[in-house]
Design a protein around this ligand. Sequence first.
Ligand code: NAI
Length: 726
Amino acid sequence: MSGDQLRFDGRVVVVTGAGAGLGRTYALLFASRGAKVVVNDLGGGRHGDGKSSKAADDVVAEIKKAGGTAVADYNSVVEGEKVIQTALDNFGRVDVLINNAGILRDKSFARISDQDWDLIQAVHLKGAFKTSQAAFPIFKKQNYGRIINTTSNSGIYGNFGQANYSAAKAGLIGLTNTLAIEGSRNNIHCNCIAPTAASRLTEDILPPDIYNELKPELIAPVVAYLCHESCTENGSVIDSAAGWAGKVQTFRSSGALLRGSMSAGVTIENVRDNWSKVVEMGGAKHLSNIQECTLELMNSLEKLREGIGSKSTSQDSSSDETETFTYEEKDLILYALGVGASVTTEEELKFLYENHESFSPLPGYFVCPALTALYMSRLTTSAVPGKEISLERILHGEQYLEIVGDLKSSGTLHSKLSISEVLDKGSGALIVYQVDTYDEEGKLLFKNQIASFAVGSGNFGGPRTGTKLVPTAAKPTRNPDVSLQYKTSDDQAALYRLSGDFNPLHIDPNLSALGGYEKPILHGLCSFGISTRLIMGAFANYDTSLVKAIKCRFVKPVLPGQTLKVEMWRDGNRIHFETSVVETGQVCIAGAYVDLKEVKPSIRGNKMSGAGLESDAIFQFIIDKVKETPEKAKSVNGVFLYNITKDGKVVKQWTMDLKKPIVYEGPAKAGTTVQTTVTVSDADFVQMATGKLNPQAAFMKGKLKVTGNVMLAQKLGPLLQTEAKL
Ligand code: NAI
């Protein structure tokens, strides 16, 4: 049997106040499992009066009689170093410390004397401090130690007549929390036990009928397990009684922002008006450390930044909320930059320059007012009956945007948010929000539908399928009509978030690490914005007034710096699209489409598309790579001219001057001598760059013509292969 037992052979355990009650049962149990035990007890009265060696001696005798090893110690825990010294003198080491000694001086608050106060703090709190202080360096040195502090439900909840005692017991929780943090690096674990047991301390407090059920022996195994080397628990408070044990934790509400912006102050009335939200515990959660607590605060402050703080939420009824959102030209420009619009694309200047004659918003921007309404909403936390929804565990599942009215370049909007349905998907709840946005005259401008997946909030007995969610559309089975790429920058999320989605998951490495990501992830709506911008280039000649609706489903996260490939299929006025990450091949947006009023393919769109030159995207990729690692490119030390052919004719030239290094469209600039000329078709070039066509084989088959310094071209091969691994 002993093979299955959790043993303490070779361990030295110090139990304070082990002459009676709980401490005695701890000492007996540890000794019965092989530990050498220091039985400490002052042997005084219940109120801390007097002293005697009898209590400790009796328990030592009991242990010895049962074949165990124990030694008595009669010091007060206030002199904790002496207690630990007894362990060292007798057994040469100490592994486990149970701070259990305690007394009571119960009085109603008004009657507590200084002495009543000081004595209680000294025995409980200072006693635990002194013994732990003496043991801690020994634990550290041997890289092992277990400490149990003894708190009480009086400390956790308060109890009439125990102000001195509950203050000391609550103090022990604070001590435990910090010792757990400071000790964890050295395998020192510190936990609290909150017992309820029959002892001389409780004989006149607990009702007689349950007193007999509360045997201290039923708690001792919980304490012993917490002290075993196999137990990883650290920094916890364990409530235990009558053969039951449970963990106690603090919870914090989602709270409320009390002011409209960073520059605004807080009035007492602001506090009053927000009070119900301050104390609403529906979405409350446990914060596991002070860093998480600070991050939460920073997150709240982020929401106050310009553009978010000027909005206010008012609740119309229990199921509808109205949110006001003000935007101006600068906001539209910031959004356009966030989704990759660039002045280098002539047609995109109108999204970036407020004095442009056709200055207009990208339609994707109009998801922002809906997202803000959702952020400020109180509806989410109570969306699933009987389930707490943690806002951090919500994923953006699907998005639908329908443009109904004219989109202006500035204005004040009013969004009405409601929950249309909540579906029970087992592993979580799918919450479908409807957000209808109106102008100041009350004219409906656009509608958003947001489907959010609340992980872990499923199995509430709700319907599995619904009727409200706008369906996604399967892509056609043929090859895409157009395929465009956009390489996101490392700062893409940092820029996009300024359009109003300040979730720190997209910027704070600590938080994204908590979420299990290698670095902060890109906003799904940023990939959505990039994809729809490219679609507008290819099929709407950048005329944003042609957009009627956009639908997409978010499948996988994207990391800033990755390249997005947007494949598009035209089906009448519907453009199906699917977006994937080039570097991983994983689809990130699926089942998606843009509905246009009419299709207007642009010359540029064709040029950028598969129907035109796909190799443009690869050269763009090479340009970025050369900029990123110029030394690597320079090591090739050559100048190349690429003739890209289509249907046998040269349709474009690119110069790769790796001596400088610089890559640009067109023939070599005056004064630059081309050393190697490569002639290849658009399609074969893409095949080679994506590793699907071996350059040697292409050369042998005559698909790749190289003139001039052929050896140099071979040097370039590996560079292109590794660098342009698309
Ligand atoms: P107990 O009175 O049976 O045992 C406490 C022991 O501590 C006594 O033998 C006493 O002589 C010893 N002691 C007192 N002051 C000391 C000092 N300065 N130095 C060394 N030893 C000293 O009480 P019980 O119920 O076993 O309590 C053990 C611990 O559990 C205490 O810290 C108590 O506050 C705590 N507790 C007990 C609860 C219960 O339901 N029994 C409820 C909540 C907490």
